[in-house]
Each structure stands twice: as structure tokens, then as C-alpha cells.
Ligand binder design. Structure first.
Ligand SMILES: Nc1nc2c(c(=O)[nH]1)N[C@H]1C(S)=C(S)[C@@H](COP(=O)(O)OP(=O)(O)OC[C@H]3O[C@@H](n4cnc5c(=O)[nH]c(N)nc54)[C@H](O)[C@@H]3O)O[C@H]1N2
Ligand SMILES: Nc1nc2c(c(=O)[nH]1)N[C@H]1C(S)=C(S)[C@@H](COP(=O)(O)OP(=O)(O)OC[C@H]3O[C@@H](n4cnc5c(=O)[nH]c(N)nc54)[C@H](O)[C@@H]3O)O[C@H]1N2
Ligand SMILES: [Mo]
Length: 811
């Protein structure tokens, strides 16, 4: 989230698109209700289903799953055509004025630089034109034909309300009504907040849909504003922390990239990853990358990381390709993986195309499952009768189950969607043989060390030279959450002096904030964005003062990264002279000496009003990007592409290019894709409040509330197919089938798309063959193993199925 949960109450309009917070975030959803009741906010829901959030919305429109980019580009067109944008904001704070290179273009569905052979783009034309000094050219009048605003106008010109209706099935009148309400938030004293989650991310163009919302917010002047922002409703309670800690195959903690195998030296890596300013006077905060990265290396390799050996840069693994879960399971499917550790992960249930996953797991030599529960993955080999398609006798995989704690049985911090690190304390000890996760990993690490020490092996330094100062091997809490939290915050490795020779840190001192990090090896920290969370003043994450400093900001409650800032880009809440756009939403004041108030400024606190402002401090041009300069893999502007399995014959925008040309599709999956003749209905999958993923079905109380798999189908399709409420149906894709109870409902409507009727089917995704619910199929038997071009997230939310009434029982 750019903002945070409580701040939602300040919005005038709440748009929920691609999320269902009433169901998936019922506690945080109270702030939407607060906005509605106390702030008279309008709540708009656009979703394939009339869901529980829609039930309290002022406006609901159904939409075809997988078509949101067209809707959003239609809104962008509407705002530009009707001139409902926040002019000063767009001119001063977005890249609307910057001039793009002459060789950039877009034609018949592809941007310049596309290589049809590799299905990737050469992005060199997707950037700005520069002068001889390397500074970007700018036209404040925004009339230059190649300035971003003009290019954007041209790009979205095709997304007329009629085209939006044709692609999305949203009625023109509904679209215009929603666009008009959004447009009203271009007023300086009105804000709109966007809430989204998986209904946007689970698509082959998911990242571009989210960019679409960000662009609208920039045009409306809503980023940095209280009651505005683009707000991702995060999933598992600590999935935000997972991202912060870089648990992705090409990342390291603090949103930095893991070096690639082409980056042979530290100097080369830093030169290629540290951006230089594109316009004069930029904060360009990523220019501090060397400080963050070298402090990380010092944390990892301690005394083995010296200036002379590039701070042990050679010990850090380098990537040759992405090892995201789709790629990794594809390798496993090809028999190229020996062993796999699933910790707090139930891939058989959670990954797309379960029959591919079970074949992949069957090819492993060993599988380790670290989990408090008996999961489908740990018992995949049991081949529960008809639910699995690999015979047990053919499976040679040896499975080890290591019982772990669950989150409520450990101390530690959980980062919520609003970036708050909240410390919590164990409710009880893990029962029986279960151990804390760090203890399991710590013991594995100690054993690996012993083996490398005694027996040697390839590259033993990577394990032996890693800092592991925890001296409590026999301790059941080893290593302690407190120790790890302090390491994340970071500390001085030696006495540190400023340029004038004054001592600013003594050896061993915990750092106050990330401005103290050094690139000379005198500081260590493994996640720079967490610096400030545990200082010499103690554990800031355990702070519990909920005093409202203004507009619902509670700086004394927990600690938010970065720097305890609650609203990102808050400089953009004021004009270039430092005057708030809306006095009623003022969160920062200049007191003659410094900026202070309800939040921590994201610009130097002592710089007086009137100084040049470039609020988007993480970008080298300091401006919000309407045109994403080389940031994305599939284009600088969002474009509507069909889902890989599409119910219509061709993309109405460009007949030749149907789906995202850079979508993640593996050779092995091509034959596993269905067509619209055999599988005519659009399916989308989602969660229900009563169950949490594939986890709480182990609890009898939850199982009683939602005992078995059901699907939602509309009345028209049900009557065509002779399906009645409560019937058992068989749902099939090219990849397999499941059986389910049919819920026939008005909540699913028939849509008119590209001149044909499209039926959508809702498939909640929670049940399986373990736990207290009725034994059944895994819904992910149906979903396809294709992914987003940027994030590689699977397309769980738009694929093709057939449905038929099941007579009798299946063999
Ligand atoms: N009770 C409960 N709470 C949970 C979870 C749970 O399993 N149970 N899971 C947690 C996790 S891990 C996550 S990530 C979050 C997920 O939170 P959400 O994303 O809110 O949950 P979903 O139910 O997957 O999907 C949200 C909505 O997206 C809609 N949708 C599907 N396709 C499209 C589309 O193409 N366009 C649009 N506009 N909407 C679409 C669905 O109909 C659904 O109403 O919830 C978390 N909270
Ligand atoms: N079709 C479809 N598929 C989906 C989705 C969808 O909407 N539709 N949603 C996707 C999303 S957003 C997500 S996040 C994934 C979720 O995929 P998973 O993360 O695999 O799902 P969970 O069922 O939450 O499994 C987590 C496991 O962690 C265990 N666990 C709980 N606490 C601890 C702990 O402290 N330590 C350890 N070691 N284990 C613990 C639980 O017992 C559980 O077995 O599913 C994805 N799959
Ligand atoms: Mo999630």
C-alpha cells in the first residue's frame, strides 16, 4: 500500500476492483465502512461476481474476468477527453511533460523492439530523449507530439466507451457513470482510493492492470494524498514482509536485485544497478544502492567480506535464469530437480495445473515438507483414489515431514499491507515434536556446516564463510527472533565518524535510520528498508501508543517502513511551493525550521517550502510515471490482451495479437491449453471468508461452515444445462476435472462480449483431500500454468472450462 488501512476512512470514493475485502480482509474492511458512513464516500465494486463487498457498494458492475486493462485505459481516455485531471499535479509531478525517444512506437498490438523469436522486447526505445549532458528533454506546455501526455492520449484513443463495453461486457452507461465519479476526484479537495488484490494480479497482464490504476491516480493527483493511493490488499498476514525480505528468486532483501552471472564484479553490479539522475536536483534515493548492498554483504559474510575481496561478492549466488515457482516446477516436471523443500507452502494445492504438479513431485528423489499440518503436498504420493493421476507404485520420491510451529506459536514481526511491522508474542509453545521454523533451519545449517568442514565439497566457503554468530545451538529458539530483527535493522561494525571527524556511531551500536548505512564495510544490515525498526531506543515494532496524530496516522503504533512513514510520496500532497492541495488533508507543516506533523516527510525535513520538489524520490526523474521508462517487460503503457485461454475469437483491438506476446508460457504447457469450442465458459477462482487457503479446512469449526467444493453459476447457463441448485456437476478443462456442488445464483450474470454471450463460473479454491472438510478434488486441477510477463504470477483468474451435470457417480 502507498497508504495504510486506517487512511481508507479519509477517501471520498473507494474503488474495489480485483479484490473482495469484505470477504478476504474483513477486519480492515471496517475502514471502508467508516469512509462510507462517516465520510459519505461512494463505494464502487467492479467484479465478475456480485460478491460480499458488492453487497455494501453504492455501485456494482459485473466485468469479464481478465479484461480490466481495457476498462482502466477507457477511464484514462475519459479523464483526458473531459479534461478531468489535476493539472498542476500532472504538470509538476508526473512525467507527462517529458519527451520520449523518436524510435518508440506501438503498432498492431506490439511496442517497438519486439523479437517474435524470443518473445521478448529490446526496451532501448522505451525511454526519454536526452540532451548532450544526459538530461531528459521536457516540454512544460505538453504539446510536443512526443511528450508523454500526447503519446498517452494517442495510445488510449482506441479505448472508447463502446470498445470498453465490447471487450469487458461492462454496459456503456455503467462505465460512464463510474468514470464520471472517478473524474470528480480530480478536484484538489477530493480523493479516491483504489483497493485491489488477486483479481488483478492473477492474470498474464496483471502488473499492467495495476499500473493502469496508478496512472489514473496520478492523473487525478491522488498519490501522496491522505485518502488516496494505490493500495494492494496483501494476502497471508506476512506476505508484505516476504516481499520486503526479497524472497523471490531474482531478488535480495530491500528490493534489490540478485546479481546475474554476467555481473562478474561488485563494481560492475553496482554500476549497472545504481541509477543516475535524469533531471537536475533529484533525490533519486536508489543512488544509495552501494550503501544498502555492501551493508547486506557485510551482514552475510562478516569478517570474510573485505574491501580487497569485493566484500565477498563472489560468494553470493548469481542467477542464470528465473527460478520462480512456475519455472522451478517446470524444471521438476522435466526431471531436472533432485530435491525440494516446501516450507509453509502447499504447492500441490496452491500451484496451477495440479496434475502437472503431481507429475513433477513424482520425479523428485526427495521432498521435505516443513509444516504444522499434514498437507496434500506431503501426502501427494498416497494417490488418494481418483483425486490423483500418478499411481503410487510409480512414485519413488522419499518424503520427509518436519512438523513446525504455526505463526501464533512464535515471537516476531508481521508486516501488514500498510507496511507496519507489528511485533507479536507467542500464544503458546508448538505442541508435540513440532519445532520453531528458525530452529529447523538453524539445525540444517549447522549440520551442513559440519559436513562441509569434515568432508569438504564444491564451494564450501558459501556455507562456511556465512556469518552465523548465534552461539545458542542447543537453545530451542535458535536463532532468536530478537537477534534476527536486530540484524535486519543493522548496526555499526566499527566506530563511525562523519566528514568533520565527529563520532556518530560507536562499534556495535544499532542504527537509527538507513541514512547511517555506509559503503565502506563499517555497517551491516540485511534489509535496509527495516533500518529504524530496532534501535538503541528498543524494539520500535512493539510500540503500542495509538494516539492519532491527525487523519488517522498513529506514528506511535508499531513501526512502518520506510523510516516510520505512513503515506508514501507525501511531498505530493502539496504544490511545488509547499502549500497543501487540500488544507483539510494537510499532514505536514513547516514550522519555520522543519517539516513535521502527523507523518514523517519523504524529503529532507529542513528544506524550506519553495525549494524545487520532485516527490517521487525512488525514481531518477523524480516524477510519477505515466509512461514506464523500461520498467516493465511488456510495454511502457498498459494494453488489453486476452487471457491465454480466451472465450472470444480475436482481440477486438488488434486481430493478429490476441494474448500478451510476452506472457509466461512453457513449451510443456502448450498442449495443456484448451480452446473456446471445447471449453466455452470463463472460470475465475477466489476465496471465501470461512476458509483460509488450504489451511483452515483442518479446523472442524471452519469445515462445518464450508464443508465441500461448490461453484457459482448463473441462472441462464444453469437452465441451458439443466443444472439445479445443489446438483453435483463436473467441471473440466484441458488439464483435468473436478466435481462440485452447483450454487445457481443471480450473482453471476451473462455478459455480452465482442458480439457473443459470455458465461462466467466462480470456483472458490480451498478444498482437497486432507483436513476436516469432505475429501474431494483440488480446484487447481483446472487452472493453467501460464504466468504474468513481469511477476510470473499464474493466471488463476481467467481460464476456460466446460461444465455438465453429473449423473450417477464417477468411477
Ligand atoms: N478468509 C480468507 N481470507 C483471505 C484468504 C483466504 O483464503 N480466506 N487468502 C489471503 C490471501 S493469501 C490473499 S492473496 C488475499 C486475496 O484477497 P482477494 O484478492 O480479495 O481475494 P480473491 O477472492 O482471490 O479475489 C478477489 C476478487 O477478485 C475477483 N476477480 C476475479 N477475476 C477478476 C478480474 O478479472 N477482474 C476483477 N475486477 N475482479 C476479478 C473475484 O471474483 C473476487 O471477488 O486474501 C487473504 N485473505
Ligand atoms: N486457483 C487459485 N490458486 C491459488 C490462489 C487463488 O486465488 N486461486 N491464490 C494463490 C495465493 S494468493 C496464494 S498466497 C497461494 C497460497 O499457497 P500456500 O502458501 O501454499 O497456501 P496455504 O494453504 O496458506 O499454505 C501454507 C502452509 O503453511 C502452513 N503454515 C502455517 N503457519 C506456518 C508456520 O509458522 N511455519 C510453517 N513452516 N508453516 C506454516 C500451513 O499449515 C499451510 O499448510 O495460493 C495461490 N493459489
Ligand atoms: Mo496470497
Amino acid at each position: 500500500m502507498t497508504n495504510h488501512w486506517v487512511d481508507i476512512k479519509n477517501a471520498n470514493v473507494v474503488v474495489v476492483m480485483g479484490g473482495n475485502p469484505a470477504e478476504a480482509h474483513p477486519v480492515g474492511f471496517k475502514w471502508v465502512i467508516e469512509a462510507k458512513t462517516k465520510n459519505k464516500a461512494k463505494v464502487i465494486v467492479v467484479d465478475p461476481r456480485f460478491n460480499r463487498t458488492a453487497a455494501v457498494a453504492d455501485i456494482f458492475s459485473p466485468i469479464r474476468a481478465g479484461s480490466d486493462a481495457a476498462f482502466l485505459m477507457g477511464v484514462v481516455r475519459y479523464l483526458l477527453q473531459t479534461d478531468q485531471i489535476q493539472h498542476e499535479y500532472v504538470r509538476d509531478y508526473t512525467n507527462a511533460t517529458l519527451i520520449v525517444r523518436e524510435d518508440f512506437g506501438f503498432d498492431e498490438g506490439v511496442f517497438s523492439g519486439f523479437d517474435p523469436q524470443t518473445k521478448t522486447y529490446d526496451k532501448s526505445s522505451w525511454t526519454y530523449e536526452r540532451d548532450a549532458d544526459g538530461q531528459v528533454l521536457r516540454d512544460p506546455t505538453m504539446t510536443h507530439p512526443r511528450c508523454v501526455l500526447q503519446l498517452l492520449k494517442k495510445h488510449v484513443d482506441r479505448y472508447t466507451p463502446d470498445m470498453v463495453e465490447e471487450i469487458t461486457g461492462v454496459k456503456k452507461a455503467d462505465f460512464l457513470r463510474i468514470a464520471e465519479i472517478m473524474g470528480s476526484c480530480s478536484a484538489k479537495n477530493k480523493t479516491l482510493t483504489w483497493l485491489y488484490a488477486l483479481g488483478w494480479t492473477h492474470h498474464t497482464g496483471g502488473a499492467q492492470i495495476i499500473r493502469g490504476a496508478a496512472m489514473i491516480q496520478l492523473l487525478l493527483g491522488n498519490i501522496g494524498m491522505s485518502g488516496g493511493g494505490v493500495n494492494a490488499l496483501r494476502g497471508h498476514s506476512n506476505i508484505q514482509g516476504y516481499t520486503d525480505l526479497g524472497l523471490l528468486s531474482l531478488r535480495v532483501p530491500g528490493y534489490m536485485n540478485l546479481p546475474s552471472e554476467n555481473q562478474q564484479t561488485l563494481a560492475q553490479y553496482l554500476a549497472e544497478t545504481t541509477p543516475s539522475d535524469l533531471l537536475p536536483g533529484q533525490v533519486n534515493y536508489w543512488k544509495n544502492t552501494p550503501k544498502f548492498f555492501i551493508s547486506l554483504l557485510k551482514n552475510l559474510y562478516g569478517k570474510h567480506a573485505t574491501k580487497d575481496n569485493d566484500f565477498a561478492f563472489d560468494l553470493l549466488p548469481k542467477w542464470d535464469r528465473s527460478y520462480d515457482m512456475l519455472a522451478y516446477f517446470d524444471l521438476m516436471y522435466e526431471g531436472k530437480v533432485n530435491g525440494y523443500i516446501a516450507q509453509g507452502f502447499n504447492p500441490l494445492a496452491a500451484m496451477p495445473d495440479k496434475n502437472k504438479t503431481s507429475k513433477a513431485l513424482s520425479k523428485l528423489k526427495f521432498l521435505v515438507v516443513i509444516d504444522p499440518l499434514a498437507t496434500e503436498t506431503s501426502n501427494f504420493w498416497r494417490n488418494e483414489g481418483r483425486f490423483n493421476d500418478v499411481p503410487t507404485e510409480e512414485i519413488m520420491t522419499e518424503v520427509f515431514r518436519l512438523p513446525s510451529n504455526c505463526f501464533a506459536e512464535e515471537d516476531g514481526a508481521i508486516v501488514n499491507s500498510g507496511r507496519w511491522l507489528q511485533w507479536h508474542f507467542a500464544g503458546q509453545e508448538p505442541p508435540g515434536l513440532a519445532r520453531h521454523d528458525p530452529k529447523i533451519l538453524g539445525d540444517i545449517m549447522m549440520e551442513l556446516r559440519r559436513l562441509y568442514k569434515e568432508e569438504g565439497g564444491a564451494c564450501p566457503e558459501q556455507v562456511l564463510h556465512m556469518t552465523w554468530d548465534h552461539d545458542t545451538y542447543h537453545d530451542p529458539y535458535f536463532p532468536h527472533p530478537e537477534e534476527m530483527a536486530k540484524e535486519a535493522n543493522g548496526y555499526a561494525l566499527e566506530d563511525v565518524f562523519d566528514e568533520a571527524g565527529n563520532q556518530i556511531l560507536r562499534k556495535g551500536q544499532l542504527l537509527d535510520d538507513f541514512s547511517q548505512l555506509r559503503d565502506d564495510g563499517t555497517t551491516a544490515s540485511f534489509c535496509w528498508v527495516f533500518t529504524g525498526s530496532w534501535t538503541e531506543r528498543g524494539n520500535q515494532m512493539a510500540n503500542r501508543d495509538n494516539t492519532d496524530a491527525g487523519l488517522g496516522n498513529t506514528p506511535g503504533w508499531a513501526w512502518a517502513w520506510p523510516a516510520n512513514r505512513r503515506i508514501l510520496y507525501n511531498r505530493a500532497s502539496m504544490d511545488i511551493n509547499g502549500k497543501p492541495w487540500d488544507p483539510d488533508r494537510q499532514i505536514l507543516h513547516w514550522d519555520g525550521k522543519r517539516w513535521s506533523g502527523a507523518d514523517v516527510p519523504d524529503f529532507p525535513a529542513t528544506v524550506p517550502p519553495g525549494a524545487p520538489a520532485a516527490p517521487f524520490i525512488m525514481l531518477p526523474e523524480g516524477m510519477g510515471r505515466l509512461f514506464s521508462a523500461q520498467g516493465m517487460n511488456d510495454g511502457p503503457f498498459p494494453e488489453h490482451y486476452e487471457p491465454v485461454e480466451s472465450p472470444i475469437a480475436k482481440n477486438p483491438l488488434h486481430a493478429e495479437v490476441t494474448h500478451n506476446p510476452t506472457a509466461r508460457i512453457f513449451q510443456n504447457d502448450l498442449e495443456r491449453m484448451g480452446n473456446r469450442h471445447d471449453y466455452p465458459y470463463v472460470a475465475t477462482t477466489y476465496s471465501v471468508t470461512e476458509l483460509f487457503r488450504h489451511w483452515t479446512k483442518h479446523s472442524h469449526l471452519n469445515a462445518m461452515l464450508q464443508p465441500e467444493q461448490f461453484i457459482e453459476i448463473g441462472e441462464q447457463l444453469a437452465s441451458e444445462k439443466g443444472i439445479r441448485h445443489g446438483d453435483t456437476v463436473k467441471v473440466t478443462t484441458k488439464r483435468g476435472y473436478i466435481t462440485a456442488k452447483a450454487v445457481v445464483t443471480k450473482r453471476m450474470r451473462t455478459l455480452n462480449v465482442a458480439g457473443q454471450q459470455v458465461q462466467q463460473i466462480g470456483i472458490p479454491c480451498h478444498w482437497g483431500f486432507e483436513g476436516a472438510t469432505r475429501k474431494g478434488y483440488l480446484a487447481n486441477t483446472l487452472s493453467p500454468g501460464v504466468g504474468d510477463a513481469n511477476s510470473q504470477t499464474p493466471e488463476f483468474k481467467a481460464f476456460l472450462v466446460n461444465v455438465e451435470k453429473l449423473e450417477g457417480t464417477l468411477a
